[in-house]
Ligand binder design. Structure first.
Ligand SMILES: *Cc1c(COP(=O)(O)O)cnc(C)c1O
Length: 381
């Protein structure tokens, strides 16, 4: 744990990660379902790949190192990690959630979650007073995204931890937007950290993955049992892809953040753009709280156009930027949250959050920032 984070992206904690057969620097892809036993009651340490696999184990160790976790399980998708997290709770549990969550999380809560007998309330977690007021007798956990998706509200994680301790709740943080490179929720008191590894961790818009991390040994043991039981594991090949992606996490995020700040300022100066939501702008309401708990602001920008026509024009006319769902990869993506990521969020909630026909989300990729601005400019014209 003495290494700095850029080094840990490549070597994890440094404990023999690079000791592979023949001096192979990159991890072999152990494309096997099962492992032969040396003798009765003996194991090589691996028995069956649903439970564990050497390629995936190496990835899990790297993510644990980055998040400061006691253990991490690598799942087939981010949603598989969210689903696994829900398995930790008994029927009747109530969850207090950030009102502005990833739409897929809201969908699993209101369908699968409610069928399991869970209930969910959505509050503006950037205001701790609202969180405390909404706690019920059966509340078991706070479920937080900070910055939130897509309106970029920032939640004070230390304040959440304080409330959680007072009422005996778990703190769950979906850390997809900032990644462990910029933010470590476990160090700020979170019990569980979720990632869509599909986004910045993979970073190349080419592989789906998810992670569930915990700093607690007791929870780690329960998660490992559920993980092998439900079978939501990441394949050896995709584990390799994630290891490869994470090696460049630090340089990618620094560059993407720099471009995002440039584009947030550029968007602010455009006549047809009404409001820009980027946590890295000092005028953003969550700027100070974020600066106090994270090492960066990320590269996700949301903005509002003057009219629906402008929003549609942008989506249809961008050339370098793709009109697509997802985020965090090498290619810049423009998303229409109302129809895409948040299409299944009930209309009343969506309107209350301001996710309307003029609201767009931009994931800033690794292209040159002036080229990206020029693309937006021609689309706006
Ligand atoms: C994409 C995303 C998810 C779901 O992850 P998948 O890998 O698409 O299943 C969960 N949370 C956030 C914040 C996301 O952006």
């Amino acid at each position: 744990m003495n290494y700095n984070i850029e080094t840990r992206c490549i070597h994890g904690d440094g404990d023999n990660l690079s000791e592979h057969s023949f001096g192979s620097l990159s991890v072999p892809i152990y494309q096997t379902a099962t492992f032969a036993h040396p003798g009765i009651g003996q194991s090589t340490g691996f028995d069956y790949s649903r439970e564990s696999n050497p390629t995936r184990k190496e990835l899990e160790k790297i993510v644990s190192s980055l998040e400061g976790a006691a253990d991490t399980v690598a799942c087939s998708t981010g949603m598989a990690a969210v689903s696994l997290c829900l398995e930790l709770f008994e029927g009747g549990s109530h969850f207090l959630c950030t009102d502005d969550l990833y739409g897929g999380s809201v969908r699993i809560f209101t369908t699968v979650g409610e069928r399991k007998g869970f209930s969910f309330s959505y509050v503006d977690t950037s205001d701790p007073a609202q969180v405390e007021k909404a706690i019920q007798k059966n509340t078991k956990a706070l479920y937080i995204e900070t910055p939130s998706n897509p309106t970029m509200k920032v939640t004070d994680l230390a304040a959440m931890k304080k409330i959680a301790d007072k009422y005996g709740l778990l703190v769950i943080v979906d850390n997809t937007f900032l990644t462990p490179y910029f933010q470590n929720p476990i160090a700020l008191g979170a019990d569980l950290v979720i990632h869509s590894g599909t986004k910045f961790l993979c970073g190349h818009n080419d592989t789906l993955a998810g992670f569930l991390c915990t700093g607690r040994k007791d929870l780690a043991e329960k998660i490992r049992f559920l993980y092998k039981t439900v079978g939501c594991c990441l394949s050896p090949f995709d584990s390799f892809m994630l290891i490869r992606g994470i090696k460049t996490l630090a340089v990618r995020l620094e560059k993407q953040q720099k471009s995002a700040l440039y584009l947030a300022k550029w968007l602010k100066a455009q006549e047809k753009i009404r409001e820009v939501y980027y946590v890295g702008l000092p005028t953003h309401p969550g700027y100070t709280v974020n600066a106090g708990q994270a090492r960066g602001f990320g590269s996700m920008i949301s903005f509002r156009t003057d009219t629906e026509e402008t929003a549609r024009k942008l989506l249809e006319r961008v050339k370098l930027i793709s009109y697509a769902e997802s985020l965090g990869g090498t290619e810049s993506l423009l998303t229409y949250p109302m129809l895409q990521t948040h299409g299944d969020v009930p209309v009343e909630i969506r309107e209350k959050l301001g996710i309307t026909e003029t609201f767009l989300r931009l994931s800033v990729g690794l292209e040159n920032e002036e080229d990206l601005a020029a693309d937006l400019k021609q689309a706006l014209a």
